[in-house]
Design a protein around this ligand. Structure first.
Ligand code: CA2
Length: 145
């Protein structure tokens, strides 16, 4: 097993593929988990994907990642635009942090144009659909090489 990459997902992403396919596509979070697992293995990494609707749980999972993960890929969903607590937690993580958005947040409402998490992220992918997670995994492998 290679270095562990934790993939964190915020609120409502459990509905991926089940609602609003015109914005978020028709693939589910289970598809994301499978794809990332395959890509990670090809790159000599391993991955775990987690999703929660609760801000404090995301913070706790960042703390857990401090103990067991070489990198974090995170789609904070709506907490992207609101959460100083999540930003503070990510500042305590020493490895690479990559931020993913399925939709192109810059083409959407102006409140989605600002990201607290981007103040910590080493890179951001937006608007590539769920392919963005795989691209982030590839970038993660480069950053950890
Ligand atoms: O584009 C993204 O990945 C977002 O992080 C998704 C968040 C949104 O608040 C961000 O501005 C951009 C929303 C996630 C909601 O996910 C759903 C998925 C399927 C159906 C309904 C919601």
């Amino acid at each position: 097993m290679g270095k562990l990459i934790t993939i964190l997902n915020g609120p409502n992403l459990n509905l991926l593929g089940l609602r609003q396919p015109e914005i978020y596509g028709s693939e589910t979070l289970a598809d994301v988990e499978n794809n990332c697992g395959i890509v990670a293995k090809d790159l000599g990494l391993s991955s775990i994907l987690r999703q929660t609707n609760h801000e404090g749980i995301l913070v706790d999972w960042v703390h857990e990642a401090r103990e067991n993960s070489a990198g974090i890929i995170i789609n904070p969903a709506a907490f992207t635009h609101t959460s100083v607590a999540l930003l503070d937690a990510l500042h305590t993580f020493e490895g690479p942090v990559l931020e993913v958005h399925i939709s192109n947040v810059h083409k959407r409402e102006s409140f989605r144009h600002h990201s607290y998490v981007s103040l910590r992220a080493d890179g951001v992918v937006a608007g590539f659909g769920i392919q963005g997670y795989a691209l982030a995994m590839q970038r993660m492998a480069s950053l950890l090489a």
